[in-house]
Design a protein around this ligand. Structure first.
Ligand code: GDP
Length: 334
């Protein structure tokens, strides 16, 4: 690792918007899996002073709802306004990173030669700690590179979607008519995380009903107050936007609503608080990971097997054993 790339130089080039440098930095954080994260640490330190500009927007929703199509339409709409856009497509179901995933998505190819757009897909399966490591760092790279808006799209399904959402300033939850359990899925926690809702495929039958159902559920769900409501009358009320992403219909309105939310979170200190919460989660994940590594060491060195034998032999209770293990790990940390 000693003969690694010249990081300050890479960061300088990335900040000038050189796609190759941006790509290289993301590869650095993406491949630094396991171990001591020396490169993650260096990259994070080099980038941190240059972050805080980007509006990070997370897009989530069931497969097939139109996330990719919407992402592409959003990129087009934002570019029309001369804003630069970074796109991170996160696939928690695949162990392979790189450009292939989006590369074969023809609709994104219209942006392929535009320097104001950077598109990258990342796989997170099999990644120790799931999204904990590489995704926030990749976002940091795009933020430091100066992109005005960074779109994070999940390609897969599951808990990782929620994790991705936790990284965003603004979370867009997508639904579509005729997807059966769309609203049901929404019930399982996804309503709370949406800052904005999109009913895509509004060209299909049932769109009006989906909007009505959604509005109804939102009014129920938020009855006892939005936890982010900073005071009477000051709460955020998520809009429901109807789109036909494949034709670009409603996408300008979606952009306007994204901007409205960005303004709102800035004015109410919510953006700052979310960033602090994210930082806390990140610090915690790093620290816990270190402890876990230390416990692993103890496992190898016999502290854990010894304690286990004593507990099994009823010589020690498991709480006392955990105390001892903690002390040993504490000693190992120093
Ligand atoms: P994702 O899995 O959520 O990323 O969904 P995709 O963006 O890949 O879209 C799934 C399918 O729905 C594709 O065949 C799209 O062309 C189609 N699609 C996307 N948006 C619309 C829309 O507004 N109306 C209709 N009828 N089809 C759409």
């Amino acid at each position: 690792m000693g003969s690694g790339p010249d990081l300050p130089e890479l960061v300088r080039r990335a900040r000038k918007g050189e796609p190759l440098a941006v790509s290289r930095l993301i590869s650095l954080v993406d491949t630094d899996r396991g171990g001591r994260h020396d490169r993650l640490r260096e990259v994070a330190a080099a980038l941190a002073p240059h972050t805080g500009h980007a509006h990070v927007v997370g897009l989530t929703g069931p497969p097939g709802v139109g996330k990719s199509t919407t992402t592409s339409a959003l990129v087009a709409a934002l570019r029309k306004q001369n804003r630069t856009v970074g796109v991170l497509a996160v696939d928690p179901s695949s162990p392979f990173s790189g450009g292939a995933l989006l590369g074969d998505r023809v609709r994104m190819s219209e942006h392929a030669t535009d320097d104001g757009v950077f598109i990258r897909s990342m796989a997170t399966r099999g990644h120790l700690g799931g999204l904990a490591w590489a995704t926030p760092q990749a976002l940091r790279v795009l933020d430091a590179a100066g992109f005005d808006v960074v779109l994070v799209e999940t390609v897969g399904v599951g808990q990782s979607e929620i994790d991705v959402v936790a990284l965003a300033d603004t979370t867009v939850v997508m639904l579509a008519p005729g997807m059966g359990d769309g609203i049901q899925a929404a019930k399982a926690g996804i309503l709370e995380i949406g800052d904005l809702f999109v009913v895509n495929k509004a060209d299909r039958d049932g769109a009006a009903q989906t909007v009505r159902d959604l509005r109804h559920m939102l009014s129920l769900g938020r009855e006892d107050g939005n936890p982010e409501d900073p005071g009477a009358g000051g709460g955020w009320r998520p809009a429901v936007v109807r789109t036909v992403a494949s034709r670009g219909d409603g996408v300008d309105q979606l952009v306007a609503e994204l901007d409205r939310h960005r303004t709102w979170i800035d004015e109410h200190g919510v953006r700052e608080r979310r960033r602090r919460d994210r930082a806390a989660a990140e610090i915690e994940a790093i620290a816990l990971e270190r402890v876990r590594v230390r416990f692993g060491d103890l496992r190898g060195r016999g502290a854990l097997p010894d304690l286990a034998a004593r507990v099994a032999g009823r010589e020690l209770d498991p709480y006392a054993a955990a105390d001892e293990l903690e002390q040993a790990a504490g000693a190992a940390l120093r």
